[in-house]
Design a protein around this ligand. Structure first.
Ligand code: 5AD
Ligand code: SF4
Length: 458
């Protein structure tokens, strides 16, 4: 049976949109939407600060979810209870103090990291402490309170825009082609209109979303033929005031020359690419029905680095796919050594009912998967830390998106998707500033804002 996802959405249209995106992002993990909280494996309250008594309402809804979880004794894994949205951002860890059974708290700009957060929550659940699993998205203002409306708008300095849905790839482990259906691309005209509208509202960065985003093939602007993602990125690059363009998630076989050239020619297209390889062995890749090999993947990486030498690379990995031998797993480690990723998400293979891999024989024992995951993540974390360390003493452009955990601290993203902490006046929220990096941590970097920026933004 597929896992059930219950999302309760409070408040504005933006939250409705965000809830839909959460469902999109979670569908590859096997979650299907349900309207019945009592059967949920994952329940998310997508909160809004604008409504009166938002917090009280949230706590009483949380109480009900806790009761539902109690009544689910028959389930293998207890329901994950999560709070997202603006109340989560404002209250942060306070929610876990008041409702200790809550497993995850995450802000509005972090939901693309939900798969990783859920993986963390599930790992914590393995330890069976009985308490909430304590996942709070880290680059997130745990202590701060703010007026909901202006902050909500400011947080849209970085916005998401769906350009494509569905998938025709049928990777053998994945439910998306069954649950989300065939690929569909929105017409270019609609996307440009939405992008212009967002920019008018103050958006500086747009992330184009799609399950298979680089398979995008939308109706061309003049109505004849279709445009790919590279052509779309070029056109978006013409919008005055749109300073950053990103896209997630891509498939290696759709990494066209046109898109690679866009990375060379469109300065707004950020030097960061999340291109999942999943595994390093050609035999495993074939069993996964990935339609690319380790060699073809590495060749794409090389072409990308020629087009945009500073590009930061990210990937997803699955360890313990049915039949994966230790030697095959070592090939995954070898790919990681070759590419040296700036960021990565890694998962233990888990059966999605109805998928070809789910009925494959020679499933890998749980303990072996856990061991491989640990080894892979240690290497990935080391590389991510090294990547962050390379930015020390460099100046990076940072879009300041939200308040940080400490008084006077703001958080933003570098062009390379690194989380950046800086002490800066609050009026700079929503602005892009130069930051000289002084510290590198495994998951973030920190620095000082260059004084000219403060002067010119005054
Ligand atoms: N088991 C483990 N990980 C999976 N993913 C998708 N399906 C599975 C599965 N059955 C991972 C892939 C994908 C990411 C969104 O989720 O790495 O890129
Ligand atoms: Fe799933 Fe593969 Fe499609 Fe990605 S490309 S959504 S992993 S079937």
């Amino acid at each position: 049976m597929a896992k059930k996802l219950y999302i309760k959405t409070y408040g504005c249209q933006m939250n409705v949109y965000d809830s839909e995106r959460m469902a999109d992002i979670l569908s590859p993990l096997g979650y299907e939407l349900t309207s019945s909280p009592e059967e949920a494996d994952l329940a998310i309250l997508n909160t809004c600060h604008i409504r009166e008594k938002a917090e009280q309402k949230m706590y009483s809804d949380l109480g009900r979810l806790k009761d539902h979880r109690k009544n689910q004794d028959g389930k293998k894994e207890p329901m994950i209870i999560a709070v997202g949205g603006c109340v989560a951002q404002a209250e942060g860890a306070e929610i876990m103090r008041q409702a200790p059974f809550v497993d995850m708290v995450f802000g509005p700009q972090t939901y693309h990291r939900l798969p990783e957060m859920i993986a963390r929550a599930t790992r914590a659940a393995d330890k069976k402490t009985g308490k909430g699993r304590g996942v709070v998205e880290t680059d997130f203002p745990m202590e701060s309170k703010f007026d909901a409306l202006p902050q909500t708008e400011i947080s849209r300095a970085a916005a998401f825009l769906t350009v494509q849905e569905g998938c025709d790839k049928f990777c053998s482990y994945c439910v998306v082609p069954y649950t989300r259906g065939a690929e569909f691309s929105r017409p270019v005209r609609e996307i440009l209109e939405e992008a212009r509208h967002l920019v008018q509202l103050g958006t500086k960065e747009i992330t184009l979303l799609g399950q298979n985003v680089n398979a995008y093939h939308g109706e061309a602007l003049n109505g004849s033929g279709e445009w790919g993602l590279g052509r779309l990125a070029r056109e978006l690059g013409e919008i005055q005031g749109l300073e950053r363009i990103r896209y997630i998630t891509s498939h290696p076989s759709d990494m066209t020359e046109e898109l690679i050239e866009a990375h060379r020619d469109v300065p707004q297209l950020m030097p960061y690419l999340h291109l999942p390889i999943q595994a390093g062995s050609n035999r495993v890749l074939e069993a996964m029905n990935r339609k690319h090999t380790r060699e073809s993947y590495l060749a794409i990486m090389e072409r990308l680095r020629e087009a945009r030498p500073d590009i930061a690379l990210a990937s997803d990995f699955i360890v313990g796919f049915p039949g994966e031998t230790d030697a095959e797993f070592r090939e995954t480690l070898d790919i990681v050594e070759k590419v040296r990723y700036a960021q990565a998400y890694s998962f233990k293979y888990s059966i999605r009912p109805g998928t070809p891999a789910g009925v494959m024989e020679n499933q890998v024992p749980e303990a072996v998967k856990a061991e491989r995951l640990q080894e892979l993540q240690a290497l990935l974390n080391q590389h991510q830390h090294e990547f962050n360390t390379q930015t020390i003493n460099k100046t990076v452009r940072v879009l300041l998106e939200r308040k940080g955990r400490l008084e006077g601290q703001l958080m933003g993203r570098s062009p390379y998707m690194q989380s950046v902490a800086v002490f800066a006046p609050e009026r700079l929220l929503g602005q892009i500033v130069d930051v000289e990096i002084k510290e590198a941590h495994p998951n973030s970097i920190a620095g000082t804002i260059l004084t000219t920026e403060i002067a010119s933004a005054a």
